[in-house]
Design a protein around this ligand. Sequence first.
Ligand SMILES: Cc1ncc(COP(=O)(O)O)c(C=O)c1O
Length: 398
Amino acid sequence: MSLTLAERVSAIAPSATLAMAGAAKRLKAEGVDVFDFALGEPDFKTPENIQEAALKAMRSGQTHYTPPSGIPELRQALAKMYSETRGLPTQDVQVVVSNGAKHSIHNALMAVCGPGDEVIIPAPYWVSYADLVKLTGATPVVLQTTEANEFKLTPEQFLAAVTPRTKLLMINSPSNPTGVVYTRAELEALADAVLKSDQVGVLSDEIYEQLLYGDAEATCFATLRPGLADRTITISGVSKTYAMTGWRIGWSIAPTPVAKFMGDIQSQETSNPCSVSQWAALEAITGPQDSVVAMKSQFTKRRAYVLERIAALPDVTCIAPGGAFYAFMNISAHLGRTLGGKVIGDSTEFCLTALSSAHVALVMGSAFGAEGYARLSFATDLTTLERGFDALERFLRH
Ligand SMILES: Cc1ncc(COP(=O)(O)O)c(C=O)c1O
């Protein structure tokens, strides 16, 4: 007899972004010059002051287990940061530091969702949301937004989807994959809709809060209305802002009983997040921020360049991202056409053919719940972007 899988995992798909990045890596290993625009991680090195803090922590013996929810110094610093700069009065006990924001989201969902519950997710959504919800036994309820409405969920759409089983609404602004940033007024309207029901909570993923362009502004959802903080779990982390994807530090700010339960879950799952990385994250958020300004200025230039190149691509459109480092290209005009010698049926075929023919790695919109699109990450240097766009343009014009 062979081992059978638990029913819980049978619905789980591996991360599509990582799968596309894997396919790009395999081509690279064969010696092919691949333009990798698939993975959502800054290409910059983690700033020196953060690396130094990690070395110092290691050398001074901070290499042991830490409290499950994180070292007190980091929890305190985060509580201070949210209280003073986000307008969200936060106590240390509300902060749980985890192994990346993805892990924070997992802990949050495990703490509040289970079989029979529904979680509302506006599409396009970050690839992991639906699978993380399924892992808890709850059901993702995906609401399609439209490009015409800048991929924003409306209060009417949300209210029409609420049932007695709705447990959570997941919000992500700035958004991966679209880069869309809700205005404060739009989020306030959603907050009012949420507060109409007694049982619906919110998971607000604010991981791209510092990567903003033009007049886009970050909004901490939990602060928008009195009482909202009691039903909102705020998620963020150091991966994107400080080019620290490999250090695996994210956090959540939750109502105290939820935070306690999330810490208990984490203590059984992983004991604690990496001790050295926690000290590095402390330096990231409390140390000098000039490297963040420098990285943002690079992203700003790349975004302008990418938008210019997309505008020149045949039959491809894209709404300008207000935040994050993605361009979500509408490639639907190419479906049904022949590209690279193949008839392109959907966004997966589009991306696979772009990879095999033009050596450009993108992620198919279907992975984000939006067929007819392809996501391009501009967390890559300008020279690679230029060469990659030349290849993509040739591929589309052929
Ligand atoms: C919207 C969103 N949330 C969370 C994460 C997870 O980040 P972390 O590296 O902290 O786990 C990502 C990473 O791609 C993301 O795009």
